[in-house]
Structure formats: structure tokens, C-alpha cells
Ligand binder design. Sequence first.
Ligand code: ATP
Ligand code: MG
Length: 385
Amino acid sequence: MSRFVVLVHYHELGLKGRNRPSFERQLIRNITAALEAATLVAEITRTSGRILVYPSDYAAGIAALGVLTKIPGVARVSLGERVAASLVLINAAALRALERSEPFTSFKVAARRANTDFALDSMTLNREVGSYLMEHTEGKTVRMKEPDVTVRLEVIKNRAYLYAVSERGIGGLPVGTAGKLICLLSSGLDSPVAAWQMIRRGAEVVGLHFSGAPETPDSSSYLVRRIAGALEPFGGLSALYVVHFGGHQRQIALAVPEKLRIIFYRRLMFAVASALALRIGAKGLVTGESLGQVASQTLDNIVAVDVVATLPVLRPLIGTDKQEIVERAEQLGTFAISTESTDDCCTLFMPRNPETHARLSEVEALWQELPHELWVEEILRVLLP
Ligand code: ATP
Ligand code: MG
């Protein structure tokens, strides 16, 4: 019997020996959830080094391919057929794979035998299947270098998997294998990409957004929710918290020199994020900062804010160029949302000339005069009632 199958390949090297079974289980859970969310219910099993998804038909297989290539931990996804490991069935399935690839002129066969319990080795399989395909097609040529179509064939434990459709996955590690992080998420371009980079490294990422409400309309949180929606197929946030920050910003604006406002807004954000992290079991913070990109992202200003965090602050974009961030945002679908201009807390009570080289001692002395612990308590009481 032949069945359509989607083969999910993952980077075995990236999976540390002892952790491997739990990584595979997590990846299977994530794949199951993503396919269910896309209403593509399928049978899912595992064989040596591959996860196998059995779609209801070929069209469902194509749809599953689109879902699976976005899931962190997936290196490659292939769509084809599973048959019993007999040369007759292999030849017939190889021909069907080739026929589904029309139009094309050149092809090759690339076989791989995972176990030696199948009599024919990969060289022999390439030759046998290749000549069968030549005999049963017209006007086609075999080309070893860059053929139009490659029919791949993997023999694993008495079964053969054949496919000519194969796409690269997003890579990384399965979400849920690297602990929990809180990402300070604005509606801007950078932080959604930063969040996603940590999601792709297997972290469970919780979003924390500060909106200018009630001093501004709450439109930034609407954009951030849409950004969260865009990230959903790519691993997604596990939760999103929104702080109405305008009131506290007003108090900061009244209390500190205008030049230093941003530093203090940012400090309070880090203090809130650290406190929230302790409550929800997150082990670090994530921001979208990229060195020198804007006034607030000089090393001096990073130092003047960073000390407030009680957990490591991860900055996956710190050495990234804007163009790279833009390209990634386009791929994730967050670019179009982020470039809809709106007021968030960042545009509220902004200084005309923000400090670019804050002095830590000065900032620290002013910070001590503010009721920042009380503010953090007030904000957290609303976030986690
Ligand atoms: P982004 O494109 O992510 O908005 P940015 O280039 O605007 O970043 P900044 O305004 O200096 O840079 O913000 C630096 C980082 O601080 C952001 O990447 C984000 O992690 C965090 N941040 C800024 N504003 C907010 C906000 N309103 N809510 C939550 N986090 C924020
Ligand atoms: Mg911003």
C-alpha cells in the first residue's frame, strides 16, 4: 500500500545527545498543535531521524508543507509517498513522484539507505531506479549536476520514502525546549524580530508591551496584538501582557530632567519586566536593541538602563544591521504592521534632545528619589490581579 507522507527533517547535530528524545517529543507536540490550528489533522509518527506526517491527500500534504516549514526546529520538509521497501513498488512510486514534477527535462535519483537490512545499497538503487525512470519516460535526460528534479529515496526499516518535493524549513530548535523569556515588545520593527529569534532558539517567549494609554489612544497595543498574530505560525508568543503606561510616564516626565526621560521610562520597563519574570518563572528579558541604531541605544545608555534588570537581558539584534532586520520582518509578516504609524508610549512626552551618553551615577541618584518600587507594584497588580 502506498500512502502520501510528509517527512520532517531536523538538524540532528543541533540536538544534544541525552536531550534528543525530549526535543523530538516537543517538536512532535508543536507540529501536532500547528497542524490542528490549520485544521490539517494528520497522523504523526517518528522513525529514525525523521518525523512522519500522513496527510489525508496530496493537497493536504501541500498545505501541511506550508505550515511545517515555519515551525522552529524543522530543517527541511519533503512531500512524497511511503511504500514497502521492494524495488517494484519503489520504481512505481519514483515514477509517480517524477510525473507530479512536470514540466521538467532533466532529473536524477538520490537514494539513501538508513539500515543495511535492505539488499540494495544506495549506488545500486540510484542506477536501478534511474534506468526504470528512463525507460518509462520520454524526452528526459539524467543529469547529475543541477537537474530540474531530484527524486529522493530513503529506505528506513523495511519502508521506502520517495519524494521530489522538498523545501527548507526555518531551522532552530523546538519551542518549549529552552525555558521562558519575557520580550519587551513594541509595535516597532525590531522587537518582534528579536522575539522571534529567541522563539526560534526554542524559548517560550512572553510579550510585554507598554502602551501610552490612558494618555494616548491604545492603538499600539492593537498593533502588537496583530504582530503576535503574525508570529503565531512561526512558533508564536505564549502570552502577551499590556501595561497602560501613560500615567507613570507622566509622573516620570514631571520628576526628571527632560533629556533623561527615555532612560527612566526604559528603567521602569526593565523593573516591571524583571518583577513579572520572577512571578511567571521567566529566566531573562529580551529587547530589540541594535547598537547605535537610535539615541537610546548607545552603550552609555544601555549601561544606564541595564543595571535595573535583575535577570540577564538578551539582545539578539545587537550586532544586526537594519536591512537584515527589515528582511526578516518582511518574511515574518510583521513589517507591514510595524510600519503603520501609531502613537505608543514611545511618542508620549518625548524629549526634544534625548541624552545619548547618560551618566550612570547621575541616573542612579535620581532613580533613588523616585517611588519606583511602588510603581512596579501598582503595575504588577493590574497585570497579575
Ligand atoms: P523597536 O523597533 O523594537 O520599537 P526601536 O528601534 O524603536 O525598537 P527603542 O525605542 O530604543 O528602539 O526601543 C528599544 C527596545 O525597547 C525595543 O526593541 C523594545 O524591546 C523595548 N521597547 C521600546 N518601546 C517599548 C514599548 N512601548 N513596549 C515594550 N517594549 C518597548
Ligand atoms: Mg520603537
